[in-house]
Design a protein around this ligand. Structure first.
Ligand SMILES: [Zn+2]
Ligand SMILES: [Zn+2]
Length: 137
């Protein structure tokens, strides 16, 4: 595949992605809400070895997951899933035709329910070692 390049708003940071995403979803958890200042975020998970960050970033951690943003313009770009093997790139930064979310997670925390045809898992889905419990949206 051709690498996908994701840029921050000012262009100082480029994230180069050399594999297809492992999973893509919307996260409604309260950690993402606070970090992003948004009711939910899009996430595309990639193997850590397929994510190359060029440019200066700052890291910050609210609860457990270090997140990275451009040092110059503050655009939030990715989160490093604890364990070191997976990186979650902000889905909104991917090209429109590359971000294809498959489900919603942590919907019990949702502040802005999204009524679409995707599965709405209450917490973590079975794919991530969680349960099949859904919310009734
Ligand atoms: Zn920037
Ligand atoms: Zn989250």
């Amino acid at each position: 595949m051709d690498p996908i390049e994701v840029a921050c708003n000012c262009g100082a940071v480029i994230v180069r992605l050399t594999a297809l995403p492992v999973q893509q979803f919307y996260c409604h958890c309260d950690d993402c809400q606070r970090a992003a200042g948004s009711p939910y975020i899009g996430v595309a998970l990639f193997p850590a070895g397929a994510v190359q960050v060029h440019g200066d970033t700052d890291a910050w951690t609210l609860r457990a997951m270090p997140r990275r943003r451009c040092r110059a313009c503050g655009t939030q770009l990715l989160g490093e899933v604890p364990g070191g093997e997976i990186i979650g790139v902000r889905g909104e930064r991917l090209p429109v035709d590359a971000f294809k979310p498959q489900f919603h997670i942590h919907c019990r925390h949702a502040r802005l329910p999204v009524k679409d045809t995707l599965p709405h898992y209450a917490g973590l889905p079975p794919e991530f070692g969680g349960s099949d419990e859904r919310v009734a949206w």
